[in-house]
Design a protein. Structure first.
Length: 520
């Protein structure tokens, strides 16, 4: 865009701020509810995991095997059904072509009494043979067209003009045949269409007095070319239909295979989690068994302190495993949502904390496992609060973009395009005069919304010498009206519109978003 980018920071009206505060309070209440729910689950999970781990592992394995068998059977049935449909469609197409050849044979016998009987008998015999091959799986298009060509050559004498039939009627019939092929003929058989057009031009040139012999000589050639062109176009159309059916089948198979793979992956992940839970519980049981043995030794040796240490270690491992089971799903969901809301650093923090807990449990490091799971529990509400703020910022930015679009359209602009680019929305408008406006709806580092305009095609977007500054009179008035409409209807209050080089009103300050916007 030409000219300097124009900036305006945006504040929100009291009504919008109240609505936003209500949404924030609701999200905070939901977070507290999740924390309370996790606290309740922590007390129940240990015993339940021990009882269910073996049954869940066996059930998951059986379900995976069953689904794999069902998916294989379903794919085989779909493939067979598709092959059957293809054979039926091919057979129907071949039957239609053979019916057309049979109709042409009947016409030749009617209008050509002098046609060679042996040739007609051979054509009829071949026609019967081809009918017996319909549905065999092999396409019969080439053989059918060969029969059609032989009959067309035999019918050329029947198409000669009669004394009482004008050349125009013959030409009109041929032109109707060519038109009946339709635009698909030119698309699938351009050479055949060109040849038919040239032959019709030659036949039209011969349609004069004294040229009856030449006209009659061309009739068979024209008839054969038109018939061949129509057959080629029909064959291509049938092939396209079969190809489309094959593509649909492959697409359906791909979708089914992908869904089955996703299902298997999900079930494998569940089985892996179950296995990991079983390992943690088994580790705890092993620790308890070791503790029991060590307790006996300590009791026999009178070392009560050593027995207490081992008891605490076993209990700590069980507690860490239970607490991880409560927060793990929430932590994974937070990491995934952080990536969706463009905060990969937060996702990495959560994933690293989760990995630290699982690593400590795997190493049977009881104190490290407790410390790591405690850090994860403290990080989780902080991360959820951060995600809530990111979502509120996104909602505010989205509402601002919608309000801007409504206000711009209210001032006569036409909305042409919109896209999301990172943490900003980019909207494009056009005025009836042809001037184009590109507006970036972004957020400053402190959370303040900002509008950045790039304008092209306005006559008042000009630059005077540096000492006088930039002048943007009518464009500024227009955008100020847009901002007023946003404040009146949508609860957003854009500030003063400014740009690089604009004469300051009073004490000039730094531009909002300076350095961020793309220069025109």
């Amino acid at each position: 865009m030409s000219g300097s980018p124009k900036y305006s920071t945006v504040s929100v009206a009291a009504a919008y701020a109240r609505r936003e505060a209500q949404r924030r309070a609701q999200r905070e209440a939901e977070r507290r509810s999740r924390q309370e729910q996790r606290a309740r689950e922590r007390a129940e999970l240990a015993a339940r995991r021990a009882r269910e781990r073996a049954a869940r592992r066996d059930r998951a394995r059986a379900d995976v095997e069953r689904r794999q068998r069902e998916a294989a059977d379903r794919r085989a049935a779909e493939q067979e059904a598709h092959a059957s449909r293809v054979r039926e469609e091919q057979a129907a197409a071949d039957s239609r072509r053979l019916d057309e050849v049979n109709d042409l044979l009947v016409r030749v016998r009617t209008v050509e009494p002098d046609a060679p009987a042996a040739e007609l008998a051979a054509v009829e015999g071949r026609l019967v043979q081809l009918r017996g091959e319909v549905g065999s799986g092999e396409p019969l298009g080439g053989a059918v067209e060969e029969l059609r060509g032989r009959l067309v050559l035999l019918s050329s004498r029947g198409d000669a003009p009669q004394p009482d039939a004008g050349y125009d009627a013959v030409l009109a019939r041929f032109e109707q045949q060519l038109a009946a092929v339709g635009p698909d003929g030119a698309l699938h058989d351009p050479e055949g269409r060109r040849h038919c057009t040239e032959l019709l031009d030659r036949l039209r040139a011969a349609a004069g007095s004294g040229a009856a012999i030449r006209f009659a000589a061309l009739l068979g050639t024209v008839e054969h070319a038109l018939t061949r062109h129509a057959g080629t176009a029909q064959r291509h159309a049938d092939q396209e239909r079969l190809r489309a059916a094959e593509e649909r089948r492959r697409s359906e198979e791909h979708a089914a295979a992908r869904a089955a793979a996703d299902q298997v992956a999900e079930e494998a992940a569940e089985a892996a989690q179950a296995a990991e839970a079983a390992q943690a519980a088994e580790a705890a049981q092993a620790a308890e068994a070791a503790q029991a043995e060590e307790a006996e030794d300590a009791e026999e040796a009178g070392d009560a302190e050593e027995m207490a240490v081992h008891e605490r270690r076993a209990a700590a491992l069980v507690e860490a495993a239970d607490r991880l089971g409560v927060v793990r799903t929430s932590a994974e969901a937070v990491a995934a949502e952080a990536r969706e809301l463009a905060d990969p650093d937060l996702a990495v923090r959560v994933e690293r904390a989760l990995h630290t807990v699982t690593g400590a449990l795997g190493a049977q490091a009881a104190e490290d496992a407790l410390e790591a799971v405690g850090a994860l529990e403290r990080l989780l509400p902080e991360a959820e609060a951060r995600l809530d703020e990111l979502q509120l910022t996104f909602t505010r930015r989205s509402d601002l973009a919608e309000a801007l679009q409504d206000a711009m359209c209210g001032e006569g602009f036409t909305f042409t395009e919109g896209s999301e680019q990172g943490a900003a929305f980019v909207l494009r408008f056009e005025r009836p005069s042809g001037a184009r406006y590109e507006t970036t709806v972004a957020t400053e580092a402190d959370g303040t919304p900002v509008l950045v305009y790039h304008v092209e095609g306005e006559p008042d977007v000009t630059l005077h010498p540096a000492a006088e500054g930039a002048v943007c009179d009518r464009t500024e008035d227009l955008l100020e009206r847009v901002h007023e409409a946003m404040g009146e209807r949508d609860g957003f209050l854009p500030g003063e519109l400014t740009w690089q080089g604009k004469p300051p009103r009073g004490q000039a300050g730094s531009l909002p978003g300076a350095g961020r916007g793309r220069r025109g």
